[in-house]
Design a binder for this molecule. Structure first.
Ligand code: PXP
Length: 258
C-alpha cells in the first residue's frame, strides 16, 4: 500500500458486499464499486478473501479488482496449491495467508505457523519470488512471530478478534489483557523486522487502541464497515426510491388528466 511507513493505513475488506450480492445472484451490489467508493473515502488499499468455497468473493471479482483498482490489493487466502496458483496468476500487491475451515463463519484464530512451518515455507517462497508481499495472519504470540520471521514473511497481521470480543462483552479485564498481548506482539514483531498489521472484528469503539500502537502500520477492517454502510446509506437509498415512485406516479397521473 502507498502511505509512508509512519502513517497508519486502512485496508477495507469488501467480502461482505459480495455476501449480499450472492444472496440473490446477479451483479448487485458490486464489490468493485464498493472498492472504488472506499478508496474515494480514504482507504489505502482493498482486501478480499477468496475462500475455497467461494461463499462471497469470486474468482472474477479478484480478476476485476486486480485490473481495475487504483490502490493495492491484499488477497487473503488459504495456503493451498489452488490459491497459490490464483495468486501467481493475478500477482496482488500482498497475500495474507489465513487458516480456513469450511464450517467456520469467519476466520477463527490465527495460522498455526509453528505447526505448519514446513507446508507454509514453499508457499511463502513462491509468493515472494513472484514479487508478492507475504503476510501471515497470526495470534499475538511470540512463538508465531518467531516462526513467521523464520519463514521470511514480510508482514504479520495480528488477530484482534479476542480483543474485540472482550470489548463487546464489556469485559474490562479481558480487554486490557488482550490489548497488552497485542502491544507486546506488535513490538516483538517489529523488532524482528516484520511489518505489523492488525485486524478482525474492529469497530468504531475498538479501533483507537490499535491505532495508538506505533508499530502497527495497517488495519484491515470489513464486516463492521459494511454493516455500518447500511445505516449510513439506507436513508438516502429509500429517499431516492420514494422520489422515483412519486415522480413516476405524478407524471402518469398528469398524463391521464391532460
Ligand atoms: N484480517 C484478516 C486476515 C481477516 O481474515 C479478516 C476477515 O476476513 C479481517 C482482517 C477483517 O475482519 P472483519 O471483517 O471482522 O473486519
Amino acid at each position: 500500500m502507498t502511505s509512508s511507513l509512519n502513517s497508519l493505513r486502512l485496508g477495507v475488506n469488501i467480502d461482505h458486499v459480495a455476501t449480499i450480492r450472492n444472496a440473490r445472484g446477479g451483479r448487485h451490489p458490486d464489490p468493485l464499486r464498493a472498492a472504488h467508493l472506499a478508496v474515494e473515502a480514504g482507504a489505502d488499499g482493498i482486501t478480499a478473501h477468496l475462500r475455497e468455497d467461494r461463499r462471497h468473493i469470486s474468482d472474477s471479482d479478484i480478476a476485476r479488482l486486480k485490473s481495475e483498482l487504483t490502490r493495492p490489493l491484499n488477497l487473503e487466502m488459504a495456503a493451498t496449491p489452488e490459491m497459490l496458483a490464483i495468486a501467481l496468476r493475478h500477482v496482488p500487491n500482498a497475500c495474507c495467508l489465513v487458516p480456513e475451515r469450511r464450517e467456520e463463519r469467519t476466520t477463527e484464530g490465527g495460522l498455526d505457523v509453528v505447526g505448519q512451518r514446513r507446508s507454509l515455507a514453499p508457499v511463502v517462497a513462491d509468493l515472494k519470488a513472484a514479487g508478492i508481499r507475504v503476510s501471515l495472519f497470526i495470534e499475538p504470540d511470540l512463538a508465531a512471530i518467531e516462526a513467521a520471521a523464520g519463514l521470511n514473511a514480510d508482514i504479520v497481521e495480528l488477530h484482534t478478534g479476542a480483543y474485540c470480543e472482550y470489548a463487546a462483552a464489556d469485559d474490562a479485564t479481558g480487554t486490557a489483557a488482550e490489548l497488552g498481548r497485542l502491544a507486546r506482539a506488535a513490538s516483538e514483531a517489529a523488532a524482528r523486522g516484520l511489518e505489523v498489521h492488525a485486524g478482525h472484528g474492529l469497530t468504531f469503539n475498538t479501533v483507537a487502541a490499535l491505532a495508538r500502537m506505533p508499530e502497527v502500520v495497517e488495519l484491515n477492517i470489513g464486516h463492521f464497515l459494511i454493516g455500518e454502510a447500511i445505516f449510513g446509506g439506507l436513508h438516502a437509498a429509500v429517499r431516492r426510491m420514494r422520489a422515483l415512485m412519486d415522480e413516476a406516479r405524478f407524471k402518469a397521473s398528469g398524463r391521464v388528466i391532460a
